[in-house]
Unconditional design. Structure first.
Length: 171
């Protein structure tokens, strides 16, 4: 399935489900400058986001892959755990090249916000890059199936757009 067909499905959901209607401006004919992303989630981290306990979504990788330097403040992130079940807006973004000093800083500064225990950090010791995304405006959504068959945990569905003078930035 292509990014555009996934966006079409999400846009359709925004048009037909009341709880999705607040997201409609992201799909409104190019009037929104924000990017759109799809994050594959696992438990317990999805539940932590939905309950407000997790305030930063983190992605660690060995290679330069999305969302590293591909997400911006204000972008919309859909959360998929089977179906798409929620979305949030990125309130902040920090992309970090990791070395021992940066790993220590992230662990000390962000463990609570990421909901990360010792095991979490040990599993990421061999990663070279981290993306930390502040979470705001979490919306639980009527579940919508979006077939995604590859193994990527993050898809950039639309990159942020530059808006011209006089255009309104929504959301």
């Amino acid at each position: 399935m292509t990014s555009s067909s996934i966006i079409d499905q999400l846009s359709h959901a925004a048009a037909i489900y009341d709880d999705w209607s607040a997201l409609a401006p992201y799909f409104d004919g190019g009037n929104c400058s924000n990017g759109i992303h799809l994050a594959v989630m696992v438990e317990p981290f999805l539940s932590y986001i939905l309950t407000g306990r997790k305030t930063i979504e983190s992605r660690f990788s060995k290679n330069l892959i999305a969302p590293y330097q591909r997400i911006s403040t204000g972008d919309l992130v859909f959360l998929k755990a089977g179906p798409v079940v929620a979305a949030f807006r990125a309130s902040s973004v920090e992309c970090v090249g990791l070395d021992a000093k940066e790993r220590k800083r992230l662990r000390e500064s962000y463990s609570d916000a990421i909901c990360a225990d010792d095991s979490f950090w040990e599993q990421r010791d061999n990663r070279n890059y981290a993306t930390l995304i502040g979470i705001e405006c979490v919306e639980r959504l009527t579940p919508v199936q979006v077939p995604k068959r590859d193994r990527r945990g993050w898809l950039v569905l639309r990159t942020p757009r530059t808006i011209g003078p006089g255009q309104l930035t929504l959301m």
